[in-house]
Design a protein around this ligand. Structure first.
Ligand code: MTE
Length: 327
């Protein structure tokens, strides 16, 4: 990411809070009976400006959806306000305060084009798609390459369900995904012509059909807000956040590794795999530690390999490829 590196990110070891300490604090909170309030936040808290744009969304009555308790995280949830007001969505500007500007995005009608190496190319409206999948809620960690992290309850469906609907041919090895990029009035960031629009990301077929790859349509028990990627975004929590492409309008099955938005911009800084790895520094800053939205940037905790999801995804990568960032 073309960002200004803050020196505070490279803190001395003494300033880092180990995750065990953090988690123990949480246990204390739990013992005091405050934790249920945190859990309940998932369905009741969203209110006010940050979520105003979802009023009247056709599929809003589908939420909240049942939580899949298999996907929980031993960390406090990020508050809805933090998760919906501190965002990366470069189509609306290259800073974090894009939540208001993002309300211009028209999210209906919203047709998703499925093409490339599939039995038959087709287009499907988001509300029709939502009728054909099983929705669930999963609490996931999210780790931005910039070293901030959050923990949020996404609603959505396993990406595998979308792959099955698409009926890919056996030659398909990758899925290329694109964000809408139609109007500079709607998305003022598109005027920054040095960026290689449209935003593009990709996964291997094995990654896309892994149980963790999740298509997001909701957040905190409501339709996902525009600033977080309405009406359809990806969540691949073992990878840096830039892989989790927002407001998807096209998925193309292909036998060629797609070049991603960030690779086109700075190939030496952003890899295709982009797996979270504390041992592999970004060329301009360390990835050894991270801070959670809502905490002080100086309150660091260690970064975890694959963002803590090694059990589910490590087998996807060749042995010894712990540096699996730049592939
Ligand atoms: N998708 C698009 N289309 N445009 C973007 O700028 N930013 C990425 C990812 N998806 C981005 C995107 C980055 S860098 C991150 S960290 C996450 O979105 C941020 O998601 P959030 O704002 O919901 O926290």
């Amino acid at each position: 990411m073309l960002i200004k590196v803050k020196r505070g990110w490279e803190l001395p070891e003494s300033a880092v809070t180990p995750e065990e300490v953090y988690v123990n604090r949480r246990e204390i909170v739990k013992a005091l009976g405050i934790a249920p309030a945190l859990a309940a936040a998932a369905s009741v808290l969203p209110a006010g400006l940050a979520f105003a744009s979802i009023d009247g969304v056709p599929s809003a009555d589908l939420y909240p959806v049942p939580r899949n308790r298999k996907y929980t995280v031993n960390r406090p949830l990020t508050t809805p306000r933090d998760a919906t007001t501190y965002n990366n969505f470069f189509e609306f500007g290259s800073h974090k305060q894009i939540s208001k500007a993002a309300q211009r995005l028209a999210i209906r009608p919203w047709n998703i084009k499925i093409g490339g190496l599939v039995e038959k190319e087709f287009e499907i409206g988001i509300d029709d798609l939502l009728k054909q999948v099983t929705l669930e809620e999963r609490v996931y960690r999210h780790r931005c390459v910039e070293a901030w992290a959050m923990t949020v309850p996404w609603s959505g469906f396993a990406m595998k369900q979308l792959v099955e609907l698409a009926k890919p041919l056996s030659g398909a090895k990758y899925i290329k995904m694109n964000t809408i990029a139609e109007s500079k009035d709607e998305m003022p960031g598109l005027r920054q012509s040095w960026y290689p629009w449209p935003y593009q990301e990709g996964l291997t077929m094995e990654e896309a059909t892994n149980e963790m790859a999740f298509m997001v349509t909701g957040l905190y028990g409501k339709p996902v807000p525009k600033q977080n990627g309405a009406p359809l975004r990806l969540a691949v929590p073992w990878k840096y956040g830039f892989k989790s492409i927002k407001s998807i309008i096209r998925l193309t099955f292909t036998d060629e590794k797609p070049k991603t938005f960030w690779q086109s911009l700075a190939e030496k800084e952003y890899g295709f795999w982009a797996n979270v790895n504390p041992a592999v520094a970004h060329p301009r800053w360390s990835q050894a530690t991270e801070w959670q939205l809502g905490a002080r940037q100086s309150d660091r905790v260690p970064t975890r390999l694959y963002n803590g999801y090694g059990e589910q995804v490590a087998h996807l990568y060749p042995k010894g490829a712990d540096e699996s960032y730049f592939r």
